[in-house]
Design a binder for this molecule. Structure first.
Ligand SMILES: O=C(O)C1=C[C@@H](OP(=O)(O)O)[C@@H](O)[C@H](O)C1
Ligand SMILES: C=C(OP(=O)(O)O)C(=O)O
Length: 448
């Protein structure tokens, strides 16, 4: 079930062909950041295309609790009237970030160098995820965190009264940790330096620059070195949020595996720190083309066209590509099940600490539906059945994880027998229009 609702069992019937255009919603990562940075400058930031999924709506609520005014026009335009760097008010209530790791970790970073104390919580999934990866570096700024055993939520963060800047090498490939440190660095005097060995999504760096912060990124032998000068005067922005490549992955992959399909997914950001799945699919032999390649708001964008691809082959996904497709491994494994041969995915330990243990959740559900999977601590292998040969017919657990839910709904479209979910409600966290959008393409998904 979602943070806010009751379980919604769903069933996905073999269907198709899928055809038409799929206009997926705004990018989740960019939406969180637009609200948070909007709240950290004085004046009005205007956001169009904001993702109105539960995760982002929870961040909007949190920004109100810290004193920003956040409003929505009937046409879906959002306005954030921010309080400035260092201007957060102390929330009167517990901040509930629902299912969102990005929301809670970035907000903790943003408030950690401000003289306020806040208590954070989430749903059962979020409350089981590791937070020490964020609170450890925040302690270097002078913030104090008290949470449950193992650094879990609920957790109280007391912001540093006299923050100091830090130099921090991120020990895990995580854009959330990097971003939390950078957002904390905003209200620390002097220069905060973040070093990441492997490049992760760079939306925070890009957006900080857009809001007028002094930030530089240098590629060195040690990795990317990001230097941010604290206590800037940020300038409110007008932000058009691009469509989310992680959401686009679902109609694209569903089309590749469902007989006769031909689907266009327009206006998808192909920022190289996000587009690893599409490269992988093309290497597997997917009929996936980029049409009308262009630049929008400084980001490469294209319309993706995906057609049924019965001859895809399993490949070894390069581990160094993992960060650029970290949220896409569940749906990749569904494509892999419909390809021939093995798809080998290594260097993906981070999948075990997402909304669910995604390797375990996918392995359980794929096996139940007739697909062989092997897995180890930081790797897994899916043994493809070939197009049209996945048995289906089982009910899978989604473990409060939207990507697991949507991946198995896509599996059902191309399987021999329907695939059932114990709970499809988590879909609303990142892709609230998934059901009508897929239905319009020709998918047969029902609430049961
Ligand atoms: O910074 C972000 O917006 C995100 C970073 C990734 O998490 P990690 O930083 O934990 O890898 C990703 O899985 C998540 O969906 C969004
Ligand atoms: C991992 C994800 O999100 P978060 O960490 O923000 O909960 C995701 O959207 O796949």
């Amino acid at each position: 079930m979602s943070a806010h609702g009751t379980p919604i069992p769903m069933i996905s019937h073999p269907s198709g062909p899928l055809s038409g255009a799929a206009e997926v919603p705004g990018d989740k990562s960019i939406s969180h950041r637009a609200l948070i940075l909007g709240a950290m400058c004085v004046g009005e930031t205007v956001i169009t295309g904001l993702l109105e999924g539960e995760d982002v709506l929870d961040t909007a609520k949190a920004m109100r609790a810290f004193g920003a005014e956040v409003t929505r026009d009937d046409d879906g335009t959002w306005h954030v009237y921010g309080v400035g760097v260092g201007g957060f008010a102390e929330p009167e209530q517990v901040i509930d970030c629902g299912n969102s790791g990005t929301g809670v970790r970035l907000i903790m970073g943003a408030m950690a160098t401000q003289p306020v104390t806040a208590c954070f919580t989430g749903d059962a999934s979020l409350n089981s995820r590791p937070m020490a990866r964020v609170t450890d570096p925040l302690a270097l700024f002078g913030a104090r965190a008290v949470g449950r055993a193992g650094g879990r939520l609920p957790m109280v963060i007391e912001g540093a009264r006299a923050p100091v800047p830090v130099r921090y090498e991120v020990p895990v490939p995580s854009a959330q940790v990097k971003s939390a440190v950078l957002l904390a660095g905003l209200n620390a005097p002097g220069q905060t330096v973040v070093i990441e060995r492997e490049a992760t999504r760079d939306h925070t760096e890009r957006m900080l620059e857009g809001f007028g912060a002094e930030i530089s990124v240098e590629s060195t032998d040690a990795g990317r070195v990001i230097t941010l000068t604290g206590q800037p005067e940020l300038t409110p922005q007008t932000i058009a949020v691009p469509r989310d490549p992680s959401s686009a992955a679902f109609p694209v992959c569903a089309a590749l595996i469902t007989p006769g399909s031909d689907v266009l997914v327009p206006g998808i950001g192909l920022n190289p720190t996000r587009a690893g799945l599409f490269t992988t699919l093309r290497e597997m032999g997917a009929d996936l083309t980029y049409e009308d390649e262009r630049e929008e708001g400084g980001e490469p964008v294209a319309d993706l066209r995906a057609r049924f691809s019965p001859d895809m082959k399993g490949i070894e996904v390069p581990p160094e590509r993992a960060a650029s497709m970290i949220d896409e491994y569940p749906i990749l494994s569904v494509v892999a099940a419909n390809a021939r041969g093995e798809t080998v995915m290594r260097g993906v330990k981070e999948l075990r600490v997402k909304e669910s243990d995604r390797i375990e959740a996918m392995a359980l559900g794929l096996r139940a539906n007739g697909v062989e999977v092997e897995d180890g601590p930081d790797w897994w292998i899916v043994k493809g059945c070939g197009a049209g040969h996945v048995a289906g017919g089982a009910t899978v657990q989604t473990f409060l994880d939207h990507r697991i839910a949507m991946s198995f709904l896509c599996l059902g479209m191309a399987a021999k027998a329907p695939v059932r979910l114990d709970d499809g409600a988590p879909v609303a966290t990142s892709f609230p229009v998934f059901e009508p959008l897929m239905a319009a393409l020709g998918a047969d998904i029902r609430r049961s």
